[in-house]
Design a protein around this ligand. Structure first.
Ligand SMILES: Cc1ncc(COP(=O)(O)O)c(C=O)c1O
Length: 411
């Protein structure tokens, strides 16, 4: 257990610039910028490339709020059908593509490349549209030597899905056009000050396990906390509250943190829906928190990847003999850092409930847009959103804990 008061001196952040997650981005990406949210990164990356009134083709199997950046740019989000394998239904995609199509988006689900990813890129190229590589789920997955998210003209990834941090995302600009057209808004970059939100996030239960969980990060966050609590200087009440871990202002994002739960309950799922998709999108219009930057500079990507892969393999073994579910990705190719262990369940509600009684935060994904929910043409996406159950593989979880759950499940 790490204490929340300064104990060790923290090495200078600059001296770690060649390590951490940032080194992964430096090594693989041509140009990138941090953001608080992936959706806002999408908006900024696309803004200089499109004209109002154009449309963007996006998969129907997608969280509702992800259409908002396109609406913000006065683009029509146009959903294309997906196959049960998560590949695009190319006949449907091509039928919806027209002269006003500015871009086609692919999505790498659960940390794996989307089946058909190369065909999407080729199609976009052939039809003169931009390709958006939505890699929200897989910040450090590498396939065929390429970091996922760096394949399209622009790409994004969501760091808060990988690390227990208040917020964080990356915008990749991969093509000449995307590099040339980019103009950052005030949501781009990292906050230059530590805020009280950083401190309260850090003081909450799961955030304290950050130290052990992000890998190779054994230093105290004490001096960071010192800054965080000083951020409310002049306001003793708030400062004391922050030290005690009491929230005095809402956190920007708390998605990876179960309420007072055990580590296993940690899930990488979407945060509870508060407000409309538009409101949730607007809330993301903020730069990345300073704490997020600190954590990602100090996290060990190789260790995180290995721990998540070990948990993935453990789930695969534990669940191999169950006839009420099917593993989505049997193969775990080298370089992939899974976001979750997705299964296709015959009775998803029962499965989620069973896991919950065993202390596992399993979840169905995602919350679809109303357009998709209400149109039978998107039956496959609707079925996937009801039947795919994602199990956590978070780096905080020990494989032995999953083994114990496996034993209890088989009783
Ligand atoms: C596939 C996909 N794309 C984009 C996003 C948006 O990322 P962010 O929450 O960082 O805005 C999400 C988030 O849930 C997602 O699942």
């Amino acid at each position: 257990m790490h204490r929340a008061t300064p104990t060790l001196s923290v090495r200078s952040l600059a001296s770690r610039a060649d390590q951490g997650l940032e080194a992964v981005f430096d090594n693989h990406a041509r140009a990138y910028t941090y953001y608080g949210s992936g959706k806002v990164a999408l908006r900024d990356g696309l803004a200089g490339l499109v004209e109002p009134g154009q449309n963007v083709l996006i998969p129907a199997y997608l969280p509702d709020a992800v259409a908002e950046p396109f609406r913000d740019l006065d683009l029509e989000p146009r959903y294309y059908r997906v196959r049960p394998s998560f590949a695009p239904d190319f006949a449907d995609l091509e039928a919806r593509l027209d002269d006003e199509t500015a871009a086609v988006m692919s999505v790498n689900y659960f940390g794996f490349p989307q089946p058909g990813l190369e065909e999407v890129a080729a199609l976009a190229d052939e039809r003169g549209c931009y390709h958006i590589d939505d890699n929200a789920h897989a910040p450090i997955s590498v396939a065929n030597g390429r970091l996922l998210g760096t394949d399209g003209d622009i790409g994004i990834t969501s760091l808060w899905k990988l690390l227990p941090i208040p917020n964080g995302a990356v915008l990749y600009r991969n093509s000449d056009a995307a590099v040339g057209a980019y103009e950052p808004t005030e949501s781009a970059g990292v906050r230059d000050r530590v805020g009280l939100g950083d401190g309260t996030f850090l003081l909450k239960s799961t955030a304290r396990t950050v130290l052990g969980g992000i890998g190779g990060f054994s230093q105290s966050l004490g001096s960071f906390l010192g800054d965080a609590t000083r951020a409310g200087a002049g306001d003793n009440e708030r400062r004391d509250a922050a030290r005690d871990g009491i929230e005095t202002e809402p956190l920007e994002r708390d998605a990876t943190e179960p309420d007072g739960g055990t580590i296993v309950e940690e899930s990488d799922g979407d945060p509870p829906a508060v407000g409309t998709p538009e409101e949730r999108y607007e809330e993301g219009k903020t730069p990345m928190a300073k704490l997020s930057k600190y954590v990602l500079e100090n996290a060990d990507p190789a260790r995180i990847r290995e721990r998540r892969r070990a948990n993935y393999r453990t789930w695969r073994r534990i669940l191999a003999d169950r006839d009420d579910l099917a593993v989505v990705y049997d193969d775990l190719p080298e370089g992939i850092c899974p976001q979750a262990f997705p299964v296709r369940a015959d009775r998803p509600d029962d499965l989620v409930a069973t896991f919950e009684t065993r202390g596992v935060g399993a979840y169905t994904w995602p919350r679809l847009s109303a357009t998709v929910r209400n149109d039978p043409a998107y039956e496959t996406a609707r079925r996937l959103s009801r039947t795919i159950v994602a199990l956590p593989v978070h780096q905080h979880i020990e494989p032995s804990t999953l083994e114990e759950i496996g034993t209890r499940l088989s009783r």
